[in-house]
Design a protein around this ligand. Structure first.
Ligand code: FES
Length: 105
C-alpha cells in the first residue's frame, strides 16, 4: 500500500492510497481527480500528464521512448519532471510520492 500525495489543477490537495498493479493515472482518477486519460492508459493522449516532485524522479523507472514521444507530441507545458501517469505503476517504493496534475492541453 502506501500513500500518494497529489494536487489537482485547482490546487486542491489529495492523499490517496496506493494500489499494487495500478498506474498512477488509475489511482488519481479513482481518487476523484479530474484527469481525462482519454486513451485509457495506452500512452497515446498525454491527458494524464503530471509533474512529479523532483525529489522522486530518480526513484522512478526512466520514461520509455513511447512515453517521451507522446509527451513531446501531445502535451503542453512540458517540464523536466513531466511524466505520463498511466506509464508509472504503483509499488511500495513510491510510498510518499508527490505530484501535481499538469494544466489541460
Ligand atoms: S492516459 Fe493517455 S497517455 Fe496516459
Amino acid at each position: 500500500m502506501g500513500t500518494l500525495y497529489a494536487v489537482d489543477r485547482d490546487g486542491k490537495k489529495y492523499q490517496l492510497a496506493g494500489r499494487d498493479r495500478a498506474s498512477l493515472m488509475e489511482i488519481l482518477k479513482q481518487g476523484g481527480l479530474a484527469l481525462e486519460a482519454l486513451c485509457g492508459g495506452s500512452c497515446m493522449c498525454a491527458t494524464c500528464h503530471v509533474y512529479v516532485d523532483p525529489e522522486w524522479l530518480d526513484l522512478l523507472l526512466p520514461p520509455t521512448e513511447a512515453e517521451t514521444g507522446t509527451l513531446r507530441e501531445e502535451a503542453e507545458g512540458i517540464q523536466a519532471n513531466s511524466r505520463l501517469g498511466c506509464q508509472i505503476q504503483w509499488h511500495d517504493g513510491l510510498d510518499g510520492i508527490r505530484l501535481r496534475v499538469a494544466p489541460e492541453n
